[in-house]
Design a protein around this ligand. Structure first.
Ligand code: NAP
Length: 254
């Protein structure tokens, strides 16, 4: 049995990753502010810890204690799915609230980096293979008007992934693998939030509304199945890069 540590498993893509991993018989630890409500959340294979990643290091230290008290030796492999994130704040720099900027960058960038470090240390001590699977975004690759925070935090996560992958390769560490994953546009609460933005803050809002009316949003359950499938059988995909997209997994997983 593998251990999946999922951040933001209370809804959206994270919830579906938890469900897929449970369905395939693995242990899941979810870290989010609210408790998931799906049925299998009551099973012995599922654990929830209330964690607010906008608090950065203080939350990570609490998570670290919980992980240190888990018997990691009983798992074959560990998978950290850094999924929790937020899209706000959006708009022009001068209009943004500094508290919101801080909350955004700590939640989307600093906390996943710190949690990756904790998992890398514990997996190394336990001599267990570790996958660090960072849920990123196409927004990491290009600027989007009004999204300076989201594009910056996801670009930071992407570069953290690439640099860590390089360091692991240089040190010939084959036990830890790290990926940045662009999941495509998903039918979740985050997209609902995006569609509610004012045009002055997010000029491209109309095209995101159109994606919904044109049924162009991917199902989080389908994408979660690809994520869990990749973590369990990465060799099947023959990925040459730490940067992967939903299209890569759809194509190569066939
Ligand atoms: N939806 C898309 O179209 C899309 C596109 C590209 C990339 N992504 C990425 O995919 C991932 C999942 O997105 P989604 O659409 O599923 O989002 P979502 O529906 O808004 O869910 C976000 C999850 O993150 C958790 N979260 C947010 N702030 C948190 C905090 N401070 N502490 C702990 N947990 C927190 C939430 O849990 P609580 O509220 O319970 O804390 C929730 O479970 C994100 O990394 C997102 O950037 C999404």
């Amino acid at each position: 049995m593998d251990l999946f540590i999922v951040t933001g498993g209370s809804k959206g893509l994270g919830e579906q990753v938890c469900l897929q991993a449970l369905e395939q018989g693995h242990q899941v630890l979810n870290l989010s502010r609210s408790r998931p409500t799906f049925k299998s959340a009551k099973s012995a294979q599922f654990k929830h810890m209330t964690a607010d990643f906008s608090r950065g290091l203080s939350t990570i230290k609490k998570v670290e204690i919980v992980l240190e008290n888990l018997d990691l030796s009983s798992f074959r492999r560990i998978h950290l799915i850094n999924n929790a994130a937020l899209i706000n704040p959006v708009g022009s720099l001068a209009d943004l609230n500094p508290d919101d900027i801080n909350t955004h960058l700590v939640t989307n960038l600093i906390s996943p980096v710190l949690l990756s470090q904790v998992c890398a240390r514990l997996a190394t001590e336990e001599k267990k293979p570790l996958t660090i699977f960072n849920i990123g975004s196409g927004a990491a690759f290009r600027p989007i008007s009004g999204w300076s925070m989201y594009c910056s935090s996801k670009a930071g996560l992407k570069m953290f992934t690439e640099n860590t992958a390089l360091d692991l390769e240089t040190s010939k560490n084959k036990k830890i693998k790290i990926y940045h994953f662009s999941p495509g546009v998903l039918d979740t609460q985050m997209q609902q939030t995006i569609r509610s933005f004012k045009k002055k803050d997010f000029p491209d809002v109309a095209s995101f509304k159109k994606l919904k009316t044109d049924h162009q949003l991917r199902s989080p359950a389908d994408v979660a199945a690809l994520v869990v499938g990749f973590c369990l059988q990465p060799q099947k995909y023959k990925m040459q890069s730490s940067l992967i997209s939903v299209q890569d997994l759809e194509k190569k997983g066939r």
